[in-house]
Ligand binder design. Sequence first.
Ligand code: ARG
Ligand code: GLU
Length: 648
Amino acid sequence: MKRTLLTLLTALFILPALADEGMWLPSLISSRIDDMRAKGFRLTAEDIYSVNQASMKDAVVLFNGGCTGELISPEGLLLTNHHCGYGAIQRHSTVEHDYLTDGFWAMSRAEELPNEKLWVRFLVRMEEVTDRIAAGETADEIVKKAEAEGPGYKAAVEQMYYGNQQFLFVYEQFDDVRLVAAPPSSIGKFGGDTDNWIWPRHTGDFSLFRIYAGKDNKPAAYSPENVPYRPKRHFTISTAGVEEGNFTMIYGFPGNTQEYILSDAVAYIAERSDPAKIAIRTGRLDIISKAQESDPALRIFYAARHASIANAWKKWQGEVLGIERRGTVASKRAYEEAFDAWAQDKPRYRNVVAQLKAEYARIADPYFAREITLETLGALPIKYSAKERAEAVFARRKATERALYSLQFGEYAHRCPAQFQIPEFLDGVARYGSPEAFADTTAATALRSGTKRMLDHITWLTGTKSLRNLNSKRLNELYTTYIKGLREWDAERAFYPDANLTLRVAYGTVAGYEYADGEYHKPQTTLDGIIAKDNPEIYDYDIPQTLRDRYASKEYGRWAATIGGHKTVPVCFLATNHTTGGNSGSPVLNASGELIGINFDRTWRSTMSDVAFDPSICRNIAVDIRYVLFVVDRIGGAGYLLKEMKLK
Ligand code: ARG
Ligand code: GLU
């Protein structure tokens, strides 16, 4: 009876790792290879990850700690998203040389632009160290040993399954990474925040960098003497194109998922946390957008900040919609109740669900307080550096910065549960009469910087740290047990560890989906869709004249394709790969391991895959490599770059 109930519940609600759910550890990919091959993959586990020979992992990098990039030439040429290179592009931009608006194309190696504090990491190897840690070695010792193995080596021990297993990751880090090319934002960020997280999509979200190394091909700090890095491996590019049903694989660094959390946590996210954070960010975005509209220098200055605030703001909205629409709270609840029923005669697991629930109830308020603190006070600069204050744009920013202080102090006072408000904040409000009045004097001090009063403010802001990682230890211990129990109970389910910014493989197929009743979304978009959206009145939709001209003359060269019966250029495509933030810039590969696109987004509601992957709606969005090459060649006039790539 129990068995039948379980099967029924599982079939109804969870469909374990059916379809294309999962982010797999490359060193353990042999356990998935049969399934991958059944879906069309033609290579081996050793081709994906090997410590003995060059493998695909040697062509993938963690890009600056938040994105992925891939090597596409023997001379260190690296492809990632435009939004991943955005900060670098912005820092090289001025009102006179506005690479954000106009794009940037280095026409020779000498024109490639160095970037302070931009780095990439290759995975040298990974290995399980659970036994070493159980035997008494500490993570620190393991890391130190690994980092001594080579110049530029970085290592980390990461938890999998809430600490049920530990893995060592050894990386080689390069710090001389130069900007080679970026399309104009009207291509690279086409559609801006309006189209962000949305399908159909027409964004040419790519930029090109080059890794430089010392003459010995080893990591070296920036120097004009450095030479292009010669990678162990780079991807061949396929221009054959994609079709619905084709196998796709994504190799990259997904940042953070929570696939095994209880229904209580999902309800907290969808009902309490996301809505509050969305409302606060709406206010911040209003202030920043107004400043940007009023002043071109401020438009550039706030560009990256606006994009990053808007990105999560919109993602959370989609996540809430997805969770509601797919009934995720109810399905998770049914799943954990079935587990709990099974656990009743197992002393080790009998109480774990109840204890997790009790723990959630206990920490909900303080945890919420922490989130609100980080979104309000924690998101304000506590001081402006002397360098920043010397910049010409600083005087023009002041009014905006003050408005942000005022809004965020007000939101903190209003939303943070009173018993968790920082005493120094409450004192300040009492002294000045209101959160806004307190914000005014604080902002004035911060904008002037360097005074003694400033130091007091820093003290209260760092007070927020006491709310950090609140009780996560207890929760983590309970989850360690819960996951262990789940894996025993639901043995058929293909478990994979949550994303934690370690290298993963996801695989699936090019696929559309039913967006709404009777409304099917096809998996491919084309240049025709860009032309349809083109609007010179709107910054994000005002495409370069050269793109209009190419369209008018249909001079697409070898990048043309016949789609929907007519000649066009493919732009983006959808697939079923399980991805998350951090997978931006990841190579999208075909069955032969050749590059067919760059991952950059998910569809709006499918962002719920961070807590539950639903195969009916979860889709990642990639830019078609043929559009990337078309733009490099026909819009950027940087066709010389194609010569160092291997096109097929
Ligand atoms: N949504 C994508 C990601 O999560 C792209 C973000 C950049 N684009 C933007 N319009 N803000 O990072
Ligand atoms: N754009 C995201 C990133 O920066 C990837 C999209 C997602 O969250 O899936 O990593």
